[in-house]
Write a protein that binds this ligand. Structure first.
Ligand code: HEM
Length: 216
């Protein structure tokens, strides 16, 4: 059951729904920070142009050790976060319409309305794409880390690099969509709350569900 809170905004009372708990926000922050550390150290290890990374972390061995340590922090925190969001990542029939309209993002007049539940179809696609990427990164990464003498390491490394490139690209799109493209969204991950005006505009199907339940 969604938790509803009252917000005071410019002297006006507004209802808001708790979309992300404190634990979920903490997990998102931890895997976000570890993702950035992994991307930077990973790029330094891949291109051997570790000059700046060596300067930052002390030595090439330290860059490698940090990559290995943060791999565990990332896999555990992202794994728990994705597990918590799993119940909301199932596709609904109206998601096909969101995809066919590309969420209305290409409509410059901003008049196209795309249906969306608690999270929209694009966010669900992001969830499944990144989850698959994390699984490939974790399996290939831990094989390279713990069984370096095993044959076939070149293939594991190639898959690891490919998955890393795709997940980094997906996260850059996610970063753009949750900040510049959709003002107000960033604060949902800071406060955990989405207010009723935001939900009515961005998540109309969820808004109807919450109304039917008498929560909004
Ligand atoms: C780079 C900085 C990042 C920012 C600014 C950011 C911001 C956000 C925000 C504001 C939300 C809430 C969106 C909503 O409920 O409408 C969110 C959700 C989420 N984030 Fe991030 N995030 C970042 C990095 C990451 C990374 C590295 C991952 C995973 C590898 C990730 C995975 C997710 C997932 C799965 C969700 C829930 C579904 C979704 O909203 O797409 N985020 N993020």
């Amino acid at each position: 059951m969604a938790e509803v809170v009252l917000l005071e905004e410019r002297g006006e009372a507004k209802r808001a729904v708790v979309k992300y708990s404190a634990l979920e926000r903490l997990l998102h922050l931890v895997h976000l920070v570890s993702f950035v550390v992994l991307a930077l150290t990973g790029l330094a290890l891949t291109y051997r142009s570790a000059g700046w990374a060596v300067y930052l972390f002390g030595s090439y061995a330290a860059v490698k050790a940090i990559h290995h340590l943060f791999a565990w922090i990332f896999v555990i925190s992202a794994g728990l976060f994705f597990l918590k969001l799993l119940p909301h990542a199932r596709f609904a029939p109206y998601d096909a319409e969101w995809i066919s309209k590309l969420g209305g993002y290409l409509d410059r007049s901003h008049r196209v309305r795309a249906p969306a539940g608690r999270v929209n179809a694009g966010q669900k696609l992001f969830f499944w794409f990144v989850l698959l990427g994390i699984i490939v990164l974790a399996v290939t990464g831990f094989v390279i880390m713990y069984t370096p003498a095993q044959p076939g390491q070149a293939l594991h490394l190639a898959l690891h690099d490919l998955a890393a490139g795709l997940v980094i690209a997906a996260v850059l799109v996610h970063l753009y969509l949750t900040t510049i493209a959709n003002p107000g969204t960033f604060w949902i991950m800071i406060t955990g709350q989405a207010d009723e005006d935001y939900i009515r505009e961005h998540n109309p199907q969820w808004y109807e569900e919450l109304k039917e339940k008498g929560l909004l």
